[in-house]
Write a protein that binds this ligand. Sequence first.
Ligand SMILES: [Zn+2]
Length: 254
Amino acid sequence: MVKHNPGTVTRIRTDDDDLFKFVYIALGCSVQAFIKYCRPTLIIDGGYLKGEFKVNARVWEYLQNINPETRARTHFPGNRYFLMTSNSVESINSMSRFARKMQILMLIEYFRATTQQWSFQKRNVVAEAKTTLTPWTEMIIKANKKPCNNWMVYPISNSRFEVKSSTHKSVIVDFQQRTYTCRRWKIDGLPCGHVIKVLTMNHYEDCFEFTLKAYFTETLRKTYEDSVNPLPSPSEWAIPDDLMIMKPPIMERR
Ligand SMILES: [Zn+2]
């Protein structure tokens, strides 16, 4: 994997009895694209707590004693952009529901091949895009523009404006500090209706300056510019001398 996809990171964790516990693989081109071009958002999924009555006393005590910012998305202080749930992880789980029953090498190959296919498809889709912002971003900005036709803008200074929406709710847009009291910028990284309204009033139609670089077509193109490469047949693999020996995990029947 590392030989054919340079920069790939692989880790295997076993327990004290050398039983397999976890495998972690990050393809080189995915690592580079994430570092250079993506919104710095990680979604982590794992065990499920299915209902309050199934949380045992020890787990409950543990959760009570840790900072809520580290375990609950409602308390998360960082940027969440549009990601308010772990749905994308659920999609991966659903997509791989049959593959997860395969042997581990086949499962790893399934994920590698899927990533190769996604990468190829995304590259072709981006090649068709003609706009500066990605088609999805254009659609969101258009939707943000829609309700603000009859909103009012009251300048406070050359860089600060009060925007009153149709419900007369007042929002302060500060271009110098890059703060908008509606907080949409912090959540989305895209210009909200308040920002668009002030820009339009000042005959400054394009919103590029107020859009995260991650939403630009050029960024999306660069994200998928490197290909995921297939592996040769197992007989051609270079087996390292210090190969780790481990035992299969003891599986619980579900
Ligand atoms: Zn706003």
